[in-house]
Design a protein around this ligand. Structure first.
Ligand SMILES: Cc1ncc(COP(=O)(O)O)c(C=O)c1O
Length: 561
């Protein structure tokens, strides 16, 4: 067996009897002696697990007697399910929180199951007890766990995501293949927060959704029909992975005019949304184990792309000028890439100042690093003209720029673009071909015409006016109904605002209460890599009418009380 050396070593530390149990694969065993009261079941399956146990020799299994058990209410977690990776870029707190949350959502930890005490779990995972307490507290606040005074911590009987209509993945039937059989790369790919399935229509204040009911359906369907009426045989075979040429040209013209991006159409790769741009750039430019600067708080889609590729996101704080470059240099001087949303930082809304942009560009040029600029909603700027892109200031070819049509048209279109230095075009083209060959051509053709005929610019102008009205309405309602309880700084751009709660108020608790009452107001904490910081709620407004916003604020007020 490939794990033989590990098994030998492990047997020395816990004794051969226990090793016998390990060979049972998935058989649950209970740690007895001083920790029987926590009814802590471990699933020991494979060498990585033994490896992770071995890493924590202060696990002190040699002091505990391992004993079979199959109590119906016992929890099924342990190093196997949690697999905290000391070398991962994600903080211990964040990893433990994510692992526990996934175990609950996937049914590996069942409703009512008892969790080990923070002391025991900290010892087993060889991490600080405060870290475990932080993760438990967060999950308690979010409703995944419930505490019973004097008798420990349990998986909640009513899960918050049931309210969100998230369908939890059921545990595979015994003997069937499941997540534990995934490769290590597969586990990294599958463990993220993006896999939630929204089964209900957007409701206030779910962020990131445009006003879909104001989309020019007639125009779009006329264009689509026109292509299909012509029997578009030329558009149906396999085509250039980099995208439909007229669309690449239309995008290049559009971003040159609207975003001051400097590029030729040849440098555009059409992708299925910004998410694919982040994934391709990560895999093409970085190796597993590399560090990247990640805005904190920041976009979970980018974090997921990094972690899936084995890249370590280093949380760099945001101040009033944007990503703090000096702190980034201190936190990780050898990071190979910085991920930024300079036009409108997600989710805080900070616009990166010119001097900070220049500082970031100097860093990248001097140290031969990459900057990944995510320009996801820059079209919506209300007080002045849109701020020019970082890419437009770049003289040394360090910026990889990406944009999306999810916000200006609709998310399920799944079309976006990435602008890469000329020398990398063929590499991106090759990678895109492996992932999905290319994006659907008829939709690309329709979009090319939509842009070239000026419909996109007109639609954006109309939406900018609508969103400004909605933003002003929301701010006015918040001022009237929630003055003192929620502080909103002026947001001159984007499709959401951040409502800052009073110091000491937990945003995850408020967010959960709001969800139970029917309003989505994601907690700022859910975008953070590090625990702590002032609590806030991310309030999307673009997709919702004034009466909807008014009603939602009334409900939010009850959640904040
Ligand atoms: C910061 C950021 N980048 C990108 C996206 C859009 O991703 P996609 O184009 O994959 O829909 C979003 C969507 O919410 C976002 O918030």
């Amino acid at each position: 067996m490939s794990d033989l050396p590990l098994r030998k070593k492990f047997s020395r530390s816990i004794g051969n009897g226990a090793l016998g149990m390990l060979t049972n694969g998935c058989r649950p065993i209970t740690l007895n002696s001083r920790i029987t009261h926590v009814q802590h079941l471990l699933f020991l399956r494979s060498s990585p697990i033994i490896g992770s146990m071995q890493r924590s020799t202060n696990y002190r299994l040699h002091r505990a007697t391992l004993k079979r058990s199959a109590g119906p209410k016992e929890s099924a977690i342990g190093p196997a399910g949690l697999a905290i990776d000391g070398s991962s870029g994600s903080s211990m707190y964040r990893q433990l929180y994510d692992r526990l949350q996934s175990a609950i959502l996937e049914g590996r930890l069942r409703a009512g199951a008892k969790l080990p005490s923070t002391r025991i779990l900290a010892r087993e995972l060889a991490i600080a007890r405060n870290t475990v307490m932080g993760a438990y507290e967060q999950l308690l606040a979010e409703g995944y766990l419930e505490g019973k005074t004097g008798s420990g911590t349990y998986v909640a009987r009513t899960l918050p995501d049931a309210v969100l209509n998230v369908t939890a993945v059921r545990t595979a039937a015994p003997g069937k293949r499941n997540r534990a059989q995934l490769s290590r790369r597969g586990q990294a790919l599958a463990t993220n927060r993006l896999g939630f399935r929204y089964s209900d229509p957007p409701r206030p204040f779910r962020p990131g959704t445009p006003a879909i009911d104001h989309f020019p359906f007639d125009l779009w369907s006329r264009l689509l029909a026109k292509y299909w009426r012509r029997e578009p045989a030329g558009l149906l075979p396999y085509t250039d992975p980099a995208g439909y040429k007229p669309l690449r040209q239309a995008i290049a013209n559009y971003i040159a005019a609207a975003r001051a991006v400097r590029c030729e159409a040849e440098q555009i790769i059409v992708v299925s949304g910004a998410q694919q741009a982040l994934d391709l750039a990560t895999r093409l430019l970085l190796d597993p184990g590399d560090e990247v600067w990640m805005e904190d708080p920041g976009y979970n889609g980018a974090r997921a792309a990094f972690l899936a590729a084995g890249v370590k996101p280093v949380a760099v704080p945001i101040d009033g000028c944007g990503l703090d470059v000096a702190r980034g240099e201190k936190l990780s001087s050898h990071a190979r890439l910085a991920y930024v949303t300079p036009s409108h930082q997600y989710p805080t809304g900070v616009v990166m100042t010119l001097s900070r942009r220049l500082e970031l560009l100097r860093w990248a040029e001097r140290k031969h690093r990459w900057i990944l600029e995510d320009d996801y909603d820059s079209e919506y700027r209300y007080a002045s003209r849109p701020v020019a892109s970082l890419q437009g200031l770049d003289k040394s070819g360090t910026v990889i720029y990406c944009g999306t049509f999810s916000k200006v048209l609709f998310p399920s279109l799944r079309l976006g673009y990435i602008v890469v230095p000329a020398g990398l075009v063929d590499s991106f083209r090759g990678a895109k071909a492996v992932v999905d060959r290319h994006c659907p051509t008829v939709e690309q053709a329709v979009l090319a015409e939509f842009i070239a005929e000026g419909h996109l610019a007109r639609h954006i102008r109309r939406m900018r006016m609508l969103y400004l009205e909605r933003k002003d309405a929301l701010l006015e309602i918040l001022r009237r109904e929630l003055a003192g309880a929620l502080e909103v700084h002026s947001h001159e751009a984007g499709m959401h605002v951040v409502g800052w709660l009073q110091e000491g108020k937990r945003d995850s608790v408020v967010s959960r209460r709001a969800l139970e009452l029917g309003v989505e107001a994601p907690a700022l904490t859910s975008y953070r890599e590090t625990a702590g910081g002032r609590g806030g709620l991310v309030l999307g407004y673009a997709a919702y009418s004034e009466p909807q916003l008014r009603e939602a604020v009334r409900i939010l007020a009850r959640a904040i009380e």
